[in-house]
Design a binder for this molecule. Structure first.
Ligand code: NOJ
Length: 685
């Protein structure tokens, strides 16, 4: 059964269930107000919550209808071109018709946390018309999967609705209870989600970013986010009651939320529903709600690990700009290339090679040139040296938020890189605003970031986007969007005034930030002895740094420390071996904010890898190897916290041991305070 239609007088109630019948979505239209309700196995997930938009129409190709509508609404406030009617679509609707369908298929990813993604869902489309003589047509499309629910709005082509200004979205998320929520604030700390997660009750929050993750009293884990953010503003959640949020779209500087042209669709509003924290991690809902790949050929898209002229700048050992300590000199880059070649790493990121870094680059990015090198850096020489060593440069475009300056140079900049065999570029937008006035996560930013990914694809270039708009699964459509920042990464452990990321941070990320997609977190610290800011450094043990390669997914994965800190350390072997794309992922055990253990299968072989991490509390984790293939023995290469390891006092000791394990076995691992364990499992012949 997909849906039930229960018309009673003017009221309507429609239901659509997940294929496994555990999730039920009900759509109701009562007194003209559309609402949705979600339950999971009879437990309330979302209580009746209203849905809709506030639009301000513009008369495009004016028709009789649009003239009528303006008269009908009686709120003509503007010129002929714009603002000639205001329509609160939250008021009243009539049901026009209903469609239902279902899908049971699967699709393959070019890289990811799973090779194959099952797409099983039931769909209900409700066609509505707003009340009044010249009502506006609006569809709501619900898709219900076994792992959650997505719904989106569509405004079909219709007479009188041409250009549209979205002033507000009215989607409510009403919970049955004042749940616990893991959240970060919107814009108050920075514009690009680089905050530590807080845990509080809903009533202790104000406006929060998505993904926002909830734990209910009856044992459910929920994550609210969005999928396929295309030419729209991102959604944040504004608290409107002890148990309720409403969608708050990030505005343009003039207050408008979205400029659109019918026909158009909103991004999907997504609610992942799980019974264990790990269900959030393994959910594929967001990917399933994105469009299939738009690139004809993806053979050039290759996950890889990289080092970089990077940490040295954050440690204030080198500079981005010119001077005696300039980092990106030809000579130093060649040394890094040698190191990468020797150790089988594919890429060397080079930051600070191009002109524009001198002075206040993060306040005024208009001086950046993306094609002119500093005199002590020779792109041609280093690119050919890299090619000789089977290594590639990773390019860098820091814009300082000056998007217009970047867009003017973008084609030339990508063409230059392509000409030198550079097929991956890290972009950056350090500034509170883009072009002095627009948020990174408003429609302005969303349009720009998409333009970069599409342009880069034409030059066969992969993108690692820092200071981005949050990920919403677009890597399905554009798999050259490899990874993003959009979270508080390890760089904070160099210069943050607050002591750096606490040990709990990485035990929260898999259930929050990571639901938005790959994260260029930059793990890999081996030297804990630096002091840029007294009291601030990486708050983990070295073994936990290794485990993060399994826990934090990024198909472009950095070995972030200086090459000299890896030389001669046997633990580096794990970083050399660990894959950065996986054919399968399992969360073996987790308590959000306390510990996480994951197992992931290599994309290219039958090897498995395990990462287990803890917060500041030491603990013993019992590993259950039942996920391994029955009947096979595996050589386990175990990188565990060594004797006396402690993230505060003694982070370095790593004990490397080997043993044979198989599916029926259990094994205890000891995690030090702030510690972790990384294991490689190689099937034995
Ligand atoms: C901030 C980025 O996150 C960091 O990785 C980069 O090195 C600097 N901006 C400079 O672009």
């Amino acid at each position: 059964m997909i849906s039930v239609l229960i018309p009673s007088c003017n009221d309507t109630s429609l239901q659509v269930n997940s294929p496994d019948e555990t999730i039920q979505v009900r759509f109701t239209l009562k007194d003209g107000i559309p609402r949705y309700i979600i339950t999971k196995n009879g437990k309330s997930v979302i209580e009746p919550s209203a849905i809709g938009f506030v639009l301000r129409g513009q008369s495009g190709n004016s028709t009789d209808h649009s003239t009528d509508r303006r008269t009908d609404q009686g709120t003509d406030q503007g010129t002929d071109q714009e603002t000639d009617h205001k329509t609160d679509l939250g008021t009243a609707y009539r049901l026009v018709s209903v469609e239902e369908s279902s899908a049971d298929g699967s699709w393959e990813q070019p890289w990811g946390e799973f090779r194959t993604i099952a797409d099983r869902h039931n769909e209900l489309v409700v066609h509505l018309v707003s009340a009044g003589r010249n009502g506006i047509l609006m569809d709501i499309r619900f898709r219900v999967f076994d792992d959650g629910v997505g719904f989106r709005y569509a405004f079909p082509e219709q007479p009188g609705l041409d250009s549209v200004v979205v002033m507000d979205e009215l989607t409510q998320f009403t919970f049955p209870d004042d749940h616990q929520v893991w959240w970060i604030p919107v814009h108050s700390e920075n514009s690009y989600y680089e905050s530590l997660y807080r845990k509080s009750q809903i009533s202790g929050t104000d406006t929060i970013n998505t993904p926002a993750t909830f734990e209910t009293h009856d044992g459910l884990y929920l994550a609210i986010h969005e999928a396929n953010l295309t030419d729209f503003a991102s959604m944040t959640l504004r608290r409107t009651g002890a148990r309720q949020y409403v969608s708050e779209l990030v505005p343009w500087s003039n207050g408008v939320k979205v400029y659109a042209k019918a026909p158009f669709e909103s991004p999907w509003r997504t609610i992942i529903i799980g019974e264990e924290p790990g269900d959030l991690v393994t959910s594929t809902l967001v990917l399933n709600l994105n469009d299939p790949c738009k690139l004809d050929d993806v053979s050039w898209i290759e996950p890889s690990k990289y080092i970089g002229i990077w940490w040295g700048m954050h440690l204030e050992k080198y500079t981005w700009g010119q001077g005696p300590d300039h980092g990106a000199t030809t000579e130093r880059v060649m040394r890094y290339i040698d190191f990468a070649g020797e150790h089988g790493l594919d890429g060397v990121l080079v930051e600070g090679w191009n002109r524009g870094w001198d002075g206040n680059w993060s306040e005024d990015g208009t001086k950046f040139s993306f094609t002119e090198s500093y005199p002590d850096f020779d792109l041609e020489t280093v690119a050919s040296c890299a090619a000789d060593k089977n290594v590639r440069l990773i390019g860098h475009h820091e814009t300082g938020g000056a998007v217009a300056n970047y867009e003017k140079q973008m084609e030339d900049a990508f063409a230059l890189y392509q000409q030198h065999g550079v097929n991956a570029v890290k972009t950056g937008y350090v500034n509170k605003y883009l072009d002095g006035s627009e948020w990174h996560d408003g429609q302005y930013g969303v349009r720009h970031y998409r333009k970069v990914v599409e342009t880069a694809a034409r030059y066969r270039i992969m993108i690692d986007n820092h200071e981005p708009v949050k990920g919403t699964g677009l890597q399905r459509t554009y798999p050259n969007l490899m990874t993003q920042e959009g979270g508080r990464g390890q760089e904070y452990d160099a210069w943050s005034g607050d002591g750096g990321n606490p040990p709990s941070h990485t035990t929260i990320l898999p259930f929050t930030r990571m639901l938005a997609g790959p994260f260029d977190f930059t793990p890999g610290t081996f030297d804990f002895g630096y002091r840029v800011v007294e009291g601030t450094r990486v708050n983990t043990t070295l073994a936990k740094q290794l485990a993060l390669y399994v826990i934090i997914f990024s198909p472009q994965q950095m070995a972030s420390d200086l090459p000299e800190n890896y030389e001669g350390n046997p633990a580096f072997e794990f970083i050399k071996q660990v894959p950065c794309t996986w054919s399968d992922t399992k969360v073996l055990d987790a308590v959000i904010g306390e510990y996480v253990t994951m197992a992931r299968k290599d994309w290219n072989s039958d090897e498995w890898y395990i990462g287990s991490i803890t917060n500041e509390t030491p603990r013993t984790i019992e590993l259950d190897f039942s996920f391994l293939e029955e009947g096979l023995d595996y050589r386990a290469e175990i990188y565990a916290d060594g004797a006396g390891a402690d993230y505060l006092t003694n982070p370095e000791p790593v004990k490397i041991t080997y043993r044979v394990v198989h599916a029926g076995m259990h094994m205890n691992v000891e995690l030090a305070p702030g510690g972790g364990t990384a294991i490689r499992l190689v099937p034995l012949p």
